[in-house]
Write a protein that binds this ligand. Structure first.
Ligand code: C2E
Ligand code: CA
Ligand code: CA
Length: 288
């Protein structure tokens, strides 16, 4: 068993590797197995919660939000999705969790529709590869939206480039069906994968999301500036929207704006916050 663990670790770090067994490998595997077990019960136990992060326009108005899931673990407190989404994705847990996320986000969007200040705010929802590739993804998504009463025109599904490797025709068909009711698509983490431009052209995408890794050093790294500039140019020439994520300083925002980007998300405006807080945030910005 220990040899096997070492072998997996070695395989993970590339071909022709060499790894000796270390006790930490065993504890890591144990931890993951434990987490997977707990994850399975977390939905029933209502331990997941959605946070919302504002998406702003140039006039400092909140135009949208991204729903970001958190795991409120009974003893460990709030756990970041970076720590549990990958584990959920390795098993079928992500399917149930994905549906829970979709449903909760749509319920929230419906509640917003009943308010004066929030009725036209869009909501971006992350969809994982495994979820999207399910045969019944379109049907179950449409039915969740319909049951919630949420306006599909205000829903943006965030997909990643890694989703786009296989079965292009099938993916386009699914996207088209969802677009029929007004759902839009945003390409998350743009530029970090293997975006082929010809591929991009064939997909019914509405928005490119500039990854935070390019925004981070946009003021000091000329390459990052060039990547952001090119992404914005690609979006403009393809008639797509563009949003930058991970905007932390006014200077980064200014630079992005100079390059032609007009929608932003990041700590400069707000961290992801609980639903109640987000409502207050929107209200405060509506009265500016
Ligand atoms: P992502 O979709 O790229 O989400 C953006 C991440 O950047 C979020 O981390 C957000 O909190 C963080 N962020 C936002 N603004 C800033 C900023 O100004 N500076 C910095 N340093 N970070 C910023 P979070 O919430 O921990 O989510 C991490 C990842 O987990 C997400 O990356 C996404 O891949 C995944 N995830 C989160 N929620 C969901 C979900 O509901 N479903 C699925 N399938 N994946 C999710
Ligand atoms: Ca996202
Ligand atoms: Ca992202």
């Amino acid at each position: 068993k220990q040899a096997e663990l070492a072998m997996y670790q070695s395989k993970k770090s590339g071909k022709n590797g060499l790894k000796f067994f270390e006790p930490s490998m065993e504890s890591l595997v144990k931890e993951r197995a434990e987490m997977e077990k707990e994850l399975r019960n977390a939905i029933e136990n209502q331990e997941f919660v959605l946070y919302y992060q504002a998406q702003m326009d140039d006039a400092q108005k909140v135009v949208g939000a991204e729903a970001l899931v958190r795991w409120n673990h009974p003893s460990k407190g709030l756990i970041s999705p970076l720590d549990f989404i990958p584990i959920a994705e390795e098993s079928d847990i992500i399917l149930k969790l994905g549906n829970w996320i979709l449903k909760s986000a749509c319920d929230e969007l419906y509640r917003w529709s009943l308010t004066d200040t929030m009725h036209n705010i869009t909501l971006a929802i992350n969809v994982s590869v495994k979820q999207f590739s399910q045969n019944n993804f379109v049907k179950s998504t449409l039915s969740i939206i319909e049951q919630s009463g949420a306006n599909p025109k205000l829903i943006k599904l965030e997909i990643t480039e890694s989703m786009l490797v296989e079965d292009k025709a099938g993916i386009v068909e699914k996207m088209d069906k969802l677009k029929e009711v007004g759902i839009r698509f945003s390409l998350d983490d743009f530029g970090t994968g293997y975006s082929s431009l010809s591929y991009l052209k064939q997909l019914p995408i509405d928005q490119l999301k500039i990854d935070q890794s390019f925004v981070k050093d946009i003021l000091i790294d000329k390459n990052d500036e060039t990547i952001c500039k090119s992404t914005i140019a690609i979006a403009q020439s393809m008639g797509l929207n563009v949003i930058a994520e991970g905007v932390e300083t006014a200077e980064q925002k200014e630079m992005l704006n100079l390059l032609g980007c007009a929608t932003y998300q990041g700590y400069l405006f707000s961290k992801p916050i609980a639903s109640k807080e987000f409502e207050l945030f929107v209200k405060a910005h509506a009265n500016l």
